[in-house]
Structures are given as C-alpha cells and as structure tokens.
Ligand binder design. Sequence first.
Ligand code: HPA
Length: 251
Amino acid sequence: MRIGIIGGTGVYQLGDSAVAPVAVETPYGTALLARVSLGDRELLFVPRHGSHHQIPPHRVNYRANVMALKQEGCRCVLATNAVGSIRRDLPPGHLVLPDQFLDFTRARPLTFYDGEDSGVRHVDVTEPYCPVLRDKTVQVVTGKGEPIENGAVYVCTEGPRFETPAEIHMFKQLGGDLVGMTGVPEVVLAREAGLCYATICVVTNYAAGIADQPLTGGEVGELMSRRLPFLREVLVEVARTLEEDWECSCP
Ligand code: HPA
C-alpha cells in the first residue's frame, strides 16, 4: 500500500531513511516527492513548503502535490500543519485532528474541476477529514501516552501574514478552534481526487490577541522542532499499522 504524507512547517524529511525528493510531473506542475519504504508499505513524502521552507503558503502548488500522490497510487494522505490556537484549552505543543474547516483563503487555485476539459463538479465536504485515518491517529498517539484532540474547526487564512486580534476574535465567534495558512485547498483537493485525508495539527502558539506578546515565525519553528521527533514517530506508526483497506465515504 502506498501512503502519502504531506509535511508542513518543520517537517522536511521523514525518518532516518529519508531520501532526497524527486520531481514528479503532473498536469498542474511539478511536485517534489521522496519515497520511504516501510516494510510492505511505501510512504510518498511531500514537503509542502519545499525541502528548505522556500515556498510560502499562498504559493504552494497544492494541486500538483495532491495530484502527484494520486498519480503515484496513494490510497490516502496524512498531513501535518503548524497552527495557532484560538482556544486556551489547546495550548502550544498540543496535537489536534480537525474534523471541519472554515475557508478564508482568497487567491489560490482551489479545484481540479475548473470547467472546460476538466468539467464542473461540486464535491461533497460534509466530512472533509477521513474518520478512519483520524481514529487510527488517536489510537497511535494515545497508545504512546500523549493526549490528542479529535475534532476541531480549522480556519484557513490566506497568509503569509499572521492575523489581527480582531480577525481571531471573529474566527472564535464563528466557531473556529485553530488557525493556519495551508490546510485549504489541500483537504478539498484530496477529496476531489478520492483520497482519504487527515491532518495532524501541532499547536505552535496561541493566536494573535490570545497570546500575551506579538507572534513570530521563530516561535512557530521552535515549537515544531521540539515536537518533530514525536510527530515523525506518529506518522510512521500510523502508516505502518493502518489496515490494508477500510470502509469510509471519502472515495
Ligand atoms: N496563524 C496562522 N498560521 C499559523 C499560526 C497562527 O497563529 N501559527 C502557526 N501557523
């Protein structure tokens, strides 16, 4: 079985056997993808921001990344995202699996169904994040003695700037729990491609206005480096212990 892993901020390699990414061509452009074998499984790893974090959130080629994983035969995608927390009870360091999103992006190619040759299709996103992948992740994380929140509303902003406290206040009133810049359209494209998708969000900071001080990119990077060994362990363990096949409505 082939499993796609999309690494977010701080996750640029997967495990000791990580190899240099190779270019995979898609109709939407080129994706960089590293193959990591894991027993009878093959992990196809895409560093979302490039190997050196050179691609900002609004310029990530989400379509090429997801299509490359589809083309290479993946059944599912497990991703990671660094996020700010809108909730005091989800402090920095905490792991969270969103089950819903609010889309505040503005200027990104957002679909494979762009009319003309690609057709028109309105994909259902009642349950955007695969419940089976989420349950498996909960099992692995709790089995390692750590807490994880299963179910939260991820708010995706356009970035690359952080939010104003007024925006965070608005997101909170709308029911948002986490804020990040890269969760959408990735989750939607995975659904359009018929891939199961879930993302492990790592809270790196309290969101603007909830934090006592202004946010810095350094703060996000530091927290991610601290959580990276555990996050890698979880990604590999989920991929290693996933059932060969399962029933869910994602495909
Ligand atoms: N806002 C948006 N994106 C983020 C944040 C944040 O507070 N932290 C990590 N990614």
